[in-house]
Structures are given as structure tokens and as C-alpha cells.
Design a protein around this ligand. Structure first.
Ligand code: SF4
Length: 379
């Protein structure tokens, strides 16, 4: 059985960024203490019967997990280690925002077993950070990065966002240069999405900022791919780049159909076969459910063979160089992709969005940019 990944959701932030629609709220010490107690209880009550207990990745996401005290992170990891067989060389990632950690905290986090930092740099332009409602500056990013290295973190990932309000191509290029010059082991690129109900959507409606230009965003993506390659990074997934051997082992689980178990509000899980389940989204309601019954699962879905096959196909296609092995796919899901999607594949092939080499189906660079159109055919 495949080894599983553990996802821990931490739903607190210093303040709310203008574009964010994640399940997070304002950080308060007392709330965080209660929440960590609920997390530990949820993990300790989890019934792993029939599931893989072997775990080789743990990922603290949010939110801003670096707002937790190292002792709270250690408490959660202790619960995870008590319930699962955690590999000695497990990848343990914690998302951090610049300016939310000190050298002492970083040393304590390493002592607790955190060995990878995923770091919300977003941009190195202070005006852009301000427009996003971020509480950090580019100097905070530089300082936190240096502190991470000094604390022994040799596996660091940066998040960058392209297509920000008033961002120009030249500005984006400067950003990239600075990010690449720091040589993080991993880079994740996001194109700004405007979600209804966020302050950013309202600011655009009021005419304060222009609607994001998809052609400019596409050009920024193209420049990112080109610069990252030139700097020695491999684009192993549509939005993710790494130095050799530094893929996010945790995120690979989502794309390769491996099991993962999520804890905390709004966390999702998958048994690695057909069953998915997810937790209550609201943090307070989540804590109440944990108190009452030890779990907070509010939905469960069994995929049929066709649904599981389609999902494996579009998730696998995200892995650009690996792609999907159609013979393996047929053996596992009894689906002949070439025959089942013949018309769509011919259309995508003609448009230069996919390539088939032997038994391997892959997205082309043009297909990576228009991946949602390709994926829609399989859903
Ligand atoms: S730090 Fe991240 S999770 Fe928190 S409000 Fe900003 S974008 Fe959302």
C-alpha cells in the first residue's frame, strides 16, 4: 500500500489579504490553544482501520501555521507520531509568512521535526504587497529567508503570485530575478484569481484596479517557465518548479492518487482508492464537533471506477514531464483513454495542447497554460 501524507490545517492569519477566500480567521492566542487541543483530539480519535498507517509526509498549511508556538506544532506532531508509523526521513513542511518567525522559533521548529519551509513571499515589490493587504515587506522576506538558512533549513519553497493589480511584465521579471537569485529549492507560481466576496473583487468592481488581463498573465507564466528553466529548475508540475530531486513529496501525493488524511477545519482526505471525505469548514463549528464526537467529517464520497479513472487522468496530467502512462491507467481503471476520449484527444492534439509518446500522454507547454480546457473534457 502507498505511504500516506498528513495534512494539518491551521486557520489563523494576522490579518486578511484582499484576495483570499481560504477558510481562515484572525489569530487569537486562546482560539489557537483550543484549536490545537481539538486537532490533537481529532488525530488521536482517528480510526485508521483499512487505511495505510505508514506516513512519509506531514504538511502544516493554512492560514499561517507559523503563528503557532513551536510547542503547539510539536504537540500536533506528537499526536501524528502516536497514531501513524511516521518514516524517520519524513518530509515535514510548515507554511510560513515572512516576519512571523524569529531565529529562536525557527530553531525550536527544527527541533520539533519541521524540515521544510513553504514561504509566502508572493512578490518582492512593497507596493504590490500593500495592494494585496499583506502585512509583510520584501525586506521581511529577505530577512526570514536568511534566518531559515541560518537555522539549517535546506529545503525552502517560495510562493509567487503573478498578475497582481498594476503589476507590469518588467515588474514581474524583477520579482523573478530576485526569487531565483536566492536559490530556494522549490518555487510555486500562482496566477491571481479574483474570488467573489473578497475585498479585491469589490475594489475591481469600484474601478480601483483593472480586471486582471489574461494575456498578460499568460505572458508572465511563459517568462516564469523560461527563467526558471534557465536557472536550473525543473517544471515538474503545472505550477511548481524545483531544483533536481526537490519536488514537494507531499503535494505529489495529491497528483499521484496516494492516500492523504487531512485534520482541522475544511481539511480533505482520500484513502488512495475510491473514498474521499472532508471536514466542517467553519473553525468554531469544527472544534465543537470534535468536542462532541471526536471527528468533524461532514461529507463522504465514493467514486465509481469511471470517476476515479477520470480524476487520475487529469491529476496525473498535471505532472508535466511524467504525464500519464495509458497502459498502467487501463490496468488500474479498465478504461481505454485513447478510445474513450478519441474525439477530445484528436482536438487537443491538433491544437498542440497534448502529445502521446508510446503509451505516455502529456500536456505540451501550450497545454500547461490551457490545462483547464483539457481537464474539462475528462470531468
Ligand atoms: S496569509 Fe494566506 S491564508 Fe492568510 S489571509 Fe493571506 S492569503 Fe489568506
Amino acid at each position: 500500500m502507498n505511504r500516506a501524507g498528513i495534512y494539518i490545517h491551521v486557520p489563523f492569519c494576522r490579518s486578511r489579504c484582499s484576495y483570499c477566500d481560504f477558510a481562515t480567521g484572525a489569530f487569537e492566542e486562546a482560539l489557537a490553544a483550543n484549536y490545537v487541543a481539538a486537532l490533537a483530539r481529532e488525530i488521536e480519535s482517528f480510526d485508521p482501520q483499512g487505511l495505510s498507517r505508514e506516513v512519509d509526509t506531514v504538511y502544516f498549511g493554512g492560514g499561517t501555521p507559523s503563528l503557532l508556538k513551536p510547542a503547539q506544532v510539536a504537540r500536533v506532531l506528537e499526536a501524528v507520531r502516536g497514531k501513524f508509523d511516521v518514516d524517520e526521513g519524513a518530509e515535514v513542511t510548515l507554511e510560513m509568512n515572512p516576519g512571523t518567525v524569529t531565529p529562536e522559533r525557527l530553531h525550536a521548529l527544527r527541533g520539533a521535526g519541521v524540515n521544510r519551509a513553504s514561504f509566502g513571499a508572493q512578490t518582492f515589490d512593497d507596493r504590490e504587497l500593500k495592494r494585496l493587504g499583506r502585512t509583510h515587506t520584501a525586506d521581511d522576506t529577505r530577512k526570514t529567508f536568511a534566518e531559515l538558512r541560518a537555522a539549517g533549513f535546506d529545503n525552502i519553497s517560495f510562493d509567487l503570485i503573478a498578475g497582481l493589480p498594476r503589476q507590469t511584465l518588467a515588474g514581474w521579471e524583477r520579482n523573478l530575478e530576485e526569487a531565483l537569485a536566492l536559490r530556494p529549492e522549490h518555487l510555486s507560481l500562482y496566477l491571481l484569481e479574483v474570488h467573489e466576496g473578497t475585498p479585491l473583487a469589490e475594489q475591481i468592481r469600484q474601478g480601483r484596479y483593472a480586471v486582471p488581463d489574461p494575456d498578460l498573465a499568460a505572458e508572465m507564466y511563459r517568462v516564469m517557465v523560461e527563467r526558471a528553466h534557465a536557472a536550473g529548475y525543473e517544471q515538474y508540475e503545472i505550477s511548481n518548479f524545483c531544483l533536481p530531486g526537490r519536488e514537494s513529496r507531499h503535494n505529489l501525493k495529491y497528483w499521484t492518487g496516494a492516500p492523504f488524511y487531512g485534520f482541522g477545519n475544511s481539511a480533505h482526505s482520500f484513502d488512495g482508492r475510491r473514498t474521499r471525505w472532508s471536514n466542517e469548514r467553519d473553525a468554531r463549528a469544527y472544534s465543537k464537533l470534535i468536542e462532541e464526537r471526536g471527528d468533524a467529517v461532514v461529507s463522504r464520497e465514493e467514486l465509481d471506477e469511471r470517476g476515479a479513472g477520470a480524476e487520475a487522468l487529469f491529476l496525473g496530467l498535471r505532472l508535466l514531464s511524467k504525464g500519464v502512462d495509458l497502459a498502467e491507467h487501463r490496468a488500474r481503471y479498465h478504461s481505454d483513454v485513447r478510445a474513450d476520449y478519441a474525439a477530445d484527444l484528436a482536438r487537443f492534439d491538433e491544437a498542440g495542447l497534448i502529445e502521446i509518446e508510446g503509451d505516455v500522454l502529456r500536456l505540451t507547454p501550450a497545454g500547461a497554460l490551457l490545462s483547464n480546457e483539457v481537464f474539462a473534457a475528462f470531468v
